[in-house]
Design a protein around this ligand. Structure first.
Ligand code: C5P
Length: 314
């Protein structure tokens, strides 16, 4: 059985508490359609929410609180106004006129610079939590629209979990999950992360694929996760920057336990393997001892609810 979001009793110093799972995402394919005047890129990408994620405990602070308070278990995560979680609270207050301040404790499992949207998911979860703790003044559609003003890949978390995304990534179209939700996935990430702006800057538009996003979507649903459909235009700049990442991908393809496709997610540096979640034997070698390796599953959510934490503990 899956543990769902739990509400616990109010404490003396605050309003209600709310514990939420903050899932992350993968890109089953990612096409870069064009470079825009504003420096961003138009994408055509199939995003899917997955069950790897962080835990977030929210508290509505008493009316006297002057600021939001963020604590985090992972060293190096900023806890000031530069964190997307605080930006989400600020966005919520400016859009709704609410004055409420929040405390949040963030227990992170999702690595940084991974292409998994961990920080974006934290912002989405904070926006959802703020709305819940204030009695739902905003609709899901409003939260989705506001999330696009905070960053490019936050909006996907306001879909049903499977979304064809265009624009900067913030134009979200719900789709049916293209693969069975119990499809085993294995995530493998080297300790070195990649910076999204760096990777977009290093992208050579002449070396992109020519595949059409909607065709990839239709073929994925019909043919399953075959290697040919696992197009990510950001692999080229990521592999140029990190040749060892290409070598890792090739080794997972060659020596994995029957992966049907192996590809990088987002701007990297996580490699996603589809079809099995057993780490291949070569990952035991000393050179791979510091890899982040995790099984994962695709997840969706019910309308009006947030994503549930996996019972197996992420
Ligand atoms: O929107 P967000 O802050 O997540 O994007 C981070 C950076 O990634 C942007 O400043 C931009 O350099 C790059 N980016 C892009 N095209 C996108 C999304 C992000 O060029 N669609």
């Amino acid at each position: 059985p899956r543990r769902s979001a739990v509400r616990v009793a109010a404490t003396a110093s605050s309003g209600a508490d709310l514990h939420l799972f903050s899932p992350c995402k993968i890109n089953l394919f990612l096409r870069v359609v064009r470079r825009r005047e504003d420096g961003y890129h138009d994408l055509a990408s199939l995003f899917h929410v997955i069950d790897l994620g962080d835990d977030m405990a929210f508290e509505a602070l008493a009316g006297t609180a002057a600021a939001d308070a963020l604590t985090c278990n992972m060293v190096g995560v900023p806890t000031d106004g530069s964190n997307l979680v605080i930006k989400a609270f600020n966005m919520f207050r400016s859009k709704t006129g609410q004055k409420q301040r929040f405390a949040v404790d963030l227990q992170k499992r999702v690595p940084h610079g991974a292409g998994l949207g961990g920080g974006s998911a934290n912002a989405a979860t904070a926006l959802w939590a703020a709305n819940e703790l204030c009695g739902r003044p905003a609709s899901n559609e409003q939260l989705l629209a506001w999330s696009g003003e905070i960053g490019s890949d936050i909006s996907v978390f306001f879909s049903n979990g499977a979304a064809y995304c265009t624009g900067r990534g913030e134009v979200v179209e719900d789709v049916a999950p293209p693969l069975p939700l119990d499809t085993p996935l294995l995530l493998v990430k080297p300790p070195v992360g990649l910076s999204t702006p760096d990777i977009f800057r290093a992208l050579d538009l002449n070396r992109r694929s020519t595949a059409d996003g909607r065709e990839l979507l239709a073929r994925l649903a019909a043919e399953g996760a075959v290697q040919e459909l696992a197009v990510n235009d950001l692999e080229q700049p990521a592999f140029d920057r990190l040749p060892a990442l290409l070598a890792l991908k090739q080794r997972l393809q060659a020596e994995g336990p029957g992966f049907s496709s192996v590809f990088m997610t987002g701007s990297g540096s996580t490699i996603v393997c589809v079809g099995a979640d057993e780490p291949p034997a070569f990952l035991q070698e000393a050179q791979y001892s510091d890899m982040f390796v995790s099984p994962a599953r695709l997840i969706t959510r019910q309308p009006g609810e947030w994503y549930a934490a996996p019972a197996r503990g992420g």
